[in-house]
Design a protein around this ligand. Structure first.
Ligand code: TMP
Length: 218
């Protein structure tokens, strides 16, 4: 049974940790799990990621930024995601199209309808079965990211340089998308412990798996 799960949330919300814990759980259940991330996940995508995150690229326009994220996504979908899902595998992806809607749409205030249309083209309509949003107050996320950077455990990219207001718009955008599609989204308070967060994710996964099975046997 193929399963596509994406993780969203500010930098510093613990996506990487939660993804590897969930992968462990799913593998123990017999799933063929592939972990990937955006932007990147392919050789071409990683090259695009370097351009996107380079703090020297101060002149990059919002439109350029969005199209580069979309280009990386188009490559990832066709080169990695679709083949793995077609084999019945499970994909856990650190960010996907909702990141573009949140950061470029709500954050940079680009036209939301244009983003929707281009995203549809880039993904070929591929949509996650479940999107887990690790929610964190903006100040806490930035603080965590700075601490990781100082400890040389994380990168500091072009988007981290944005204002607090930008990051607040991004968070509100995520919450709005989650409210609009509650069947696809799970919003979790990421100030909870790692174990409590993982428990909430596994509980929702259980519900998802039983509903997918019901549909298949109906
Ligand atoms: P991360 O690898 O630390 O998650 O960083 C990815 C950064 O890229 C993060 O600041 C969010 C940003 N981003 C966008 O702005 N739009 C997108 O479509 C994606 C995938 C990421």
């Amino acid at each position: 049974m193929s399963l596509f799960i994406t993780f969203e949330g500010p930098d510093g919300s613990g996506k990487t940790t939660q993804i590897s814990l969930l992968a462990e759980h799913l593998r123990a259940m017999g799933h063929d799990v592939l972990i990937t991330r955006e932007p990147g996940g392919t050789s071409i995508g990683d090259q695009i990621r370097t351009v996107l995150h380079d703090v020297k690229n101060v002149e990059m326009m919002g439109e350029t930024e969005f199209l580069l994220y979309s280009a990386s996504r188009a490559q990832l979908v066709r080169e990695v995601l679709q083949p793995h899902l077609a084999r019945g595998g499970t994909v856990l992806c650190d960010r996907f199209a909702d990141s573009s809607m949140a950061y470029q749409g709500y954050g940079r205030e680009l036209d939301l309808e244009a983003i929707r249309l281009i995203t549809q083209f880039a993904t070929g309509g591929l949509t996650p079965h479940l999107t887990i949003y690790l929610d964190l107050p903006v100040e806490v996320g930035i603080q965590r990211k700075q601490t990781a950077y100082v400890a040389q455990a994380g990168e500091w990219n072009r988007l981290d340089r944005q204002t607090l207001d930008f990051h607040r718009r991004v968070r509100q955008g995520y919450l709005k998308m989650a409210r609009a599609e509650p069947d696809r989204w799970l919003v979790i308070d990421a100030t909870q412990s790692i174990d409590d967060t993982q428990a909430a994710i596994r509980a929702r996964l259980k519900t998802l798996l039983s509903s997918v099975r019901k549909v298949r046997t109906a």
